[in-house]
Design a binder for this molecule. Structure first.
Ligand SMILES: Cc1cc2nc3c(=O)[nH]c(=O)nc-3n(C[C@H](O)[C@H](O)[C@H](O)COP(=O)(O)OP(=O)(O)OC[C@H]3O[C@@H](n4cnc5c(N)ncnc54)[C@H](O)[C@@H]3O)c2cc1C
Length: 384
């Protein structure tokens, strides 16, 4: 039988051990609970706390800030393992490699100590809020404002489609500190949501997939946060977002690529067992060709994603390559899900089948983290 998941080029022995224990943890604590999370549109906090206690949150933070001091490889293992078991409910990708890493990268040591240990333990759940009702692709045009007044930033505006937004205790928030400016007017603020006057969450939004992942609207009405919650300096927010998005994009690519591998695995199992016209579905040439195409897409994509992870660990991943990985992988992911669902026949449309859930969960991958059209803009920019 073909080895669908050979060892990664960037995976050392510690990462292999981490993967093994994470796999056992997810099998025991996530897979059996995912149906309930999807029903509740939310992951229970005790899962986050249990993951934190075992070192499965924010492993790449320094030990001084509650992490394990590993490279991005451990975050990559988490992306892959969650993707392979089809758990999209747990917004780890937003919590750790995104929100926590904004603090790590742009926060002062005091800011890091204030928030990161509690993010690593699962006590504080993180979100990143950039997108607004008026638009998400054009981040220079955001309208949520923050004006400095008596040692505080006073925030007004609204965000939407925010992953972890319904439960987040800490939001890395993109604001305009100078509304007269475009990109140069954007800054990033850290907002702790507990008992925060003027802060309101809207509905936990209904989606076509990723039902266990909470996605919320957030409203800010004269919300005051200490001036010391600014990350870096005023006006650096847009650059900070552009510097941070490649890590988000490679995480999305890893999720998509591992979901493809799982789709191939479960579909091969299904067509071996299922019979029509007195033969197994696998005996039809069409089935074998479809699966061969899916396996090839998963395998070829794996090679490029691995190359990008290697580059990222060395600090050499370019914005163009991260965009290629995100766009290419997620487009292939949706193709693979569609073919694999088709091979399941009507069962593939039933929610109790993993392929149905992975099909619905995959579609957003081409949209968030920057749409695939925006990825092509970024890639083309590297040729100018
Ligand atoms: C489930 C989910 C989770 C999300 N999580 C988060 C989150 O945690 N934090 C966050 O900040 N955001 C989040 N988002 C928002 C997501 O990042 C945005 O939806 C995305 O960036 C697109 O923005 P938009 O929806 O405003 O679409 P628009 O920007 O209005 O784009 C609409 C269409 O126009 C195309 N388009 C726009 N500009 C161009 C261009 N220059 N050239 C060609 N085509 C273009 C787009 O590709 C798209 O097809 C999430 C969204 C969803 C649905």
């Amino acid at each position: 039988m073909y080895d669908l998941r050979p060892r990664r080029s960037w995976e050392d022995d510690d990462a292999v051990m981490f993967r093994d224990s994470l796999r056992r943890f997810l099998a025991a604590e996530a897979v059996p609970r995912d149906a309930q999370w999807r029903e509740n549109k939310s992951v229970d906090r005790d899962f986050w706390l249990a993951a934190g206690a075992l070192g499965f949150l924010c492993p790449s933070l320094p030990q001084a800030y509650g992490g394990s001091g590993t490279s991005f490889a451990f975050e990559a293992v988490i992306a892959e393992e969650l993707g392979f078991v089809g758990i999209t409910s747990v917004g780890h990708g937003v919590h750790s490699p995104i929100a926590a890493h904004y603090l790590l990268r742009y926060g002062t040591p005091a800011q890091c100590l204030q928030w990161l240990p509690r993010m690593a333990s699962g006590e504080l759940l993180g979100a990143l809020a950039m997108t607004e009702p008026g638009g998400g692709s054009d981040l220079q045009a955001i309208r949520t404002s923050a004006r400095l007044e008596d040692g505080h930033y006073v925030i007004n505006g609204a965000k939407t489609f925010i992953t972890n937004g319904h439960n987040a205790d800490l939001i890395v928030l993109a604001v305009k500190t100078d509304p007269a400016q475009g990109a140069k007017g954007v800054s990033m603020l850290v907002v702790e949501t507990k008992d925060l006057p003027g802060f309101r969450r809207g509905r936990n939004l209904n989606k076509i997939g990723m039902h266990g992942s909470d996605t919320a609207e957030l409203f800010f009405d004269e919300v005051r946060v200490p001036a010391g919650n600014l990350l870096g300096e005023e006006g650096q927010g847009f650059v900070q977002m552009m510097e941070s998005l490649p890590q988000e994009r490679i995480y999305i690519a890893l999720t998509g690529q591992s979901m493809m591998e799982r789709a191939v695995e479960i579909t091969a199992e299904y067509v071996r067992e299922r019979h029509a016209f007195k033969q197994s579905l696998m005996d039809f040439q069409n089935t074998r060709f479809q699966l061969a195409e899916c396996l090839t897409m998963a395998r070829v994509t794996r090679a490029f994603v691995d190359q990008c992870v290697d580059q990222h660990i060395r600090g050499e991943l370019s914005a163009a390559d991260a965009s290629m990985a995100k766009y290419w992988t997620t487009d292939r992911q949706c193709e693979v899900m569609d073919k694999c669902l088709q091979l399941h026949g009507g069962s593939g449309y039933m929610d109790e089948y993993l392929i149905a859930r992975m099909y619905a969960d995959s579609r957003i991958q081409r949209i968030y983290g920057g749409t695939n059209e925006i990825m092509k803009e970024l890639i083309a920019r590297s040729l100018r």
